[in-house]
Design a protein around this ligand. Structure first.
Ligand SMILES: NC(=O)c1ccc[n+]([C@@H]2O[C@H](COP(=O)([O-])OP(=O)(O)OC[C@H]3O[C@@H](n4cnc5c(N)ncnc54)[C@H](OP(=O)(O)O)[C@@H]3O)[C@@H](O)[C@H]2O)c1
Length: 348
């Protein structure tokens, strides 16, 4: 593949810690070419690290999009700026991939979906969880054996981490984006859940703020009804007192069940399943240890291919797909405001 010149805009923590090493790992297809950050000293330091020449460190977001040598933009801005970045991309005929959540609210999110569907440009959301190999195993190997899927329990809880470096970012401390940490991290969980079982139709939820630094509600207990009719529970939050981080997703079918466990205490994530229509007919448990892929490398490879072939249909996580993840968080917050009443998940 040819090397594509990428402009990285928003050179904060995640750009430095994860995107740059990923781009460097994919040196055969992507080259860090230009950078922009609100505080220029940070983009200059980033550029030095990335080998980007100083004349490609821009002073405005727009300049990065206008550079004719830039072949796509990688945006890691506070999410309330994703819409502006998408508008600039379209105005300058530049493919763009940008970090989740899709937007700060559903109104912005709808606009992004409409804009992305009105252009031939590849526009992708960097929802790396959709690239997990475990999703493929669950969907292709396990679910077909479980008969009719009836329900699920999705559980992702953990302790409050007072050393979380992301807490120092101003846009998280005073979130303009709905749900604060509930959408920041919650969309990952919801990408996984919906990739495996399909879209959510309605939600009944109760949310609460436990930690002052979260800036808004940070724990969520809920029940979901999926469009397929499957029902289940979704529990999410990392704002509790001392406890183990515990992440598992159980799916119950008429002919068996499966537990996907990616709790960090495990040496490898596991998928454990048993088949049979009753406890008496159980096949016994079988466990698959999951060799997970580098989901960041996978998402950049996917987007680079779409840019190279100028084919937006290759983009795996489109704004429309990411809309569903944010819309579920929005429905949960709305439900909680109304005492846990059932709220339909909006469509884009
Ligand atoms: N996929 C994942 O697992 C994952 C993990 C972490 C983050 N992310 C995503 O990555 C993105 C960046 O997060 P981060 O943790 O790296 O945050 P961050 O360190 O705060 O980076 C955001 C950057 O945007 C800049 N910025 C702030 N306000 C701005 C404004 N008004 N106009 C233009 N630029 C502005 C900041 O510049 P200053 O230097 O001037 O403040 C900062 O460098 C977010 O979308 C986040 O959701 C994804």
């Amino acid at each position: 593949m040819t090397q594509l010149n990428v402009a990285i805009v928003g050179t904060g923590i995640f750009a430095t810690d994860t995107h740059l090493p990923t781009i460097e790992k994919l040196a055969h297809i992507i080259k860090p070419f230009a950078a922009y950050n609100r505080t220029k000293s940070k983009s200059e330091a980033f550029a030095t690290k990335a080998g980007i020449p100083s004349d490609k460190v821009y002073s405005s977001l727009e300049e990065a999009f206008k550079d004719p040598q830039v072949q796509f933009v990688d945006a890691l801005l506070p999410v309330q700026f994703n819409l502006e970045a998408v508008k600039l991309a379209i105005a300058n005929d530049k493919p763009i991939c940008f970090e989740k959540p899709l937007a700060a609210n559903l109104q912005q999110a709808k606009e992004i979906v409409q804009l992305s569907e009105s252009t031939k440009l590849p526009i992708g959301v960097l929802e790396n969880w959709s690239f997990r190999h475990a999703i493929h195993i669950l969907q292709k190997e396990i679910l077909p054996q479980l008969g009719d899927v009836i329900g699920f329990t999705y559980h992702a809880t953990g302790p409050w981490n007072e050393n979380n470096k992301y807490l120092a970012t101003g846009w998280r401390l005073k979130p303009e984006h709905i749900g604060g940490f509930l959408s920041d991290g919650g969309v990952h969980q919801l990408a996984l859940l919906t990739d495996v079982l399909g879209d959510v139709a309605s939600v009944s939820a109760l949310t609460k703020q436990v930690q002052e630094q979260s800036g808004t509600d940070d724990i969520l207990f809920s029940t979901f009804k999926l469009k397929s009719g499957v029902i289940g529970t979704f529990t999410y939050g990392s704002a509790f007192g001392a406890t183990d981080k515990s992440t598992f997703f159980t799916i119950f079918g008429t002919k068996g069940s499966v537990v996907y466990d990616w709790s960090p205490a495990l040496s490898k994530p596991t998928i454990t399943y048993q088949l049979g229509t009753s406890g008496q007919s159980s096949s016994g448990k079988k466990t698959i240890e999951v060799d997970e892929v580098d989901t960041f490398a996978e998402e950049f490879t996917n987007f680079a291919e779409a840019v190279l072939k100028n084919d937006k249909s290759i983009v795996k996580v489109t704004p429309r797909k990411a809309f569903q993840h944010l819309a579920i968080v929005a429905a949960a917050l709305e439900s909680s405001k109304n005492g846990g009443s059932n709220v339909e998940v909006e469509s884009a």
